[in-house]
Design a protein around this ligand. Sequence first.
Ligand code: NAP
Length: 289
Amino acid sequence: MLKKPYITARTNVLCVIGHPIEHSMSPIMHNAALKDLSLDYVYVAFNIPPNDLKRAVLGFKMFSIKGINVTIPYKENIIPYLDEIDPLAEKIGAVNTIKNEGKYLIGKNTDASGAKKALLDAGCEITGKKALILGAGGAAKAVSFAISEDLDALYIANRTEKRAIKLAKDLTNKTAIKAIGKNMSINTLKNLLDEVDILINTTPLGMYPAIEESPISEEMLHNDLFVFDIVYNPLETKLLKEASKIGCKTLSGLDMFVNQGALAFEWWTGKKPNLNLMKEKVVEFLGKK
Ligand code: NAP
């Protein structure tokens, strides 16, 4: 039964923006949590064409949209339109959550804290360990800044090597780690994998519908690795299946996704959402797709 059956003239609006946006699980997850707490909010998705970002941001103020999630491709280029961003989001250079405080827009990055919490909750020891991150895009930035201070060594390997080198330089300049950027050739990955304790995939390789792809071949894995794949559709990617088969500890992207959403939810509403319910709804929806 609906706990808050009516959307009224007073209902608060939350949203996610991106381009495209039809695939987003955020409305399912947030609306379930809002209903569970009987909060007078509704969460919707807006597809914003690339040339309309600035006008969309003015729209948040005009329509009093209370909270906004930002996804691909706007996490970086939305920053100049915000009134304030928090220090971590500034370091990372990406914002995935905005709060509208009386037409004053504040940006945060909850992907970073969401990823770190997921790793720690899964029993992954980060302090003093060596990690290899695959990819150098927006998610790689958030994850690497989230864990870099605790690590002993951090390697970033990317298809486009210069992006990996740039991210590594940025991490080295802004945090205590001396990160190293590499290419993603088989030989490079083989050498790095022998050395590291934690492997994190932030590329879309293995994501639906390309579920037969994996960034790493099975024989390159060793069972001392903790393998975190931030992809959550499917819940168990080819990489995670193969890693778990040889005895690695593994973690899917679902917990990071739910954590980043829960942190945003609490910041906007002041209430703690039910994480298990949020997770359950995403899994249920993924099963139906
Ligand atoms: P992005 O900024 O577009 O970056 C994508 C990265 O993957 C780049 O480094 C790119 O390399 C690399 N890449 C793309 N296609 C590749 C291929 N065929 N082979 C090798 N490398 C490839 O995207 P993003 O925002 O970082 O998101 C990446 C993935 O993370 C997506 O699948 C997204 O759904 C997932 N994600 C999950 C969560 C979560 O909460 N679990 C949060 C954010 C993102 P180049 O530099 O060479 O192009």
